[in-house]
Design a protein around this ligand. Sequence first.
Ligand code: FPP
Length: 241
Amino acid sequence: MSSNKPSFLHGIDMSRLPRHVAIIMDGNGRWAKKKRLPRLWGHRAGAKTVREIVEAAARLGISVLTLYAFSTENWTRPKTEIMGLMRLLFRTLRAETEELNRNNIQLETIGDISKLPAFVQSDLAKAKAQLAHNSGLKLILALNYGGRQDIIQSVNSLLKEGPGKATEELLERHLQTAGLPDPDLLIRTSGEMRVSNFLLWQIAYSEIFVTPTLWPDFKKEDFYRAIIDFQKRERRYGGIG
Ligand code: FPP
């Protein structure tokens, strides 16, 4: 890949890629509003960005990409928007599973998907099964996910093992992200400086990259820029380096 890679990739050190990139995809609504379009059109445009960034991450050789697609707080949105998002997820899965397979991508979810409509749950199960044998990028969709809820359910599992048993390692083993590396890089689009109940435990040492670009306008070049920015940082994990 090194000799003929496109020029915008030249800044990336392929030997120091983040293993796990997590993204808070924000700004679909604002994108639609700016264009005087219904909010759902913003989500549709956002789904196109998902496709572009998943492909870019797979091609780069990133191991894990976690996308915050629906938070536990998103249920407070109007019913029509929630159903629109669910249908969009369903249609996107149907349309893209073959392409995900061609790119050797695995699909997993975190969050309580039992509360999602049955048609989404069954399609998710089908897509996961179809992609289970792949060995490339692990695409994780956070659906009805909340970081606090994740920690709470882990603590509850730990309590069953008896009092005084909690350690960082054990707590991690009961989180929904068990077995995955913590995110090295957390990207948030559309400028908000918040973590919005996403992967709270797991981002303890993540580098955070916030861009004012709205999610539907976020292109693979912006993704590469975030990675280049990440590679310029010195990670000390609380030490002095
Ligand atoms: C944030 O924009 C986005 C979401 C709540 C949902 C993310 C969903 C997608 C990108 C679409 C489809 C996803 C998949 C995985 C196919 P917002 O509505 O909060 O924007 P705003 O803050 O500007 O209102």
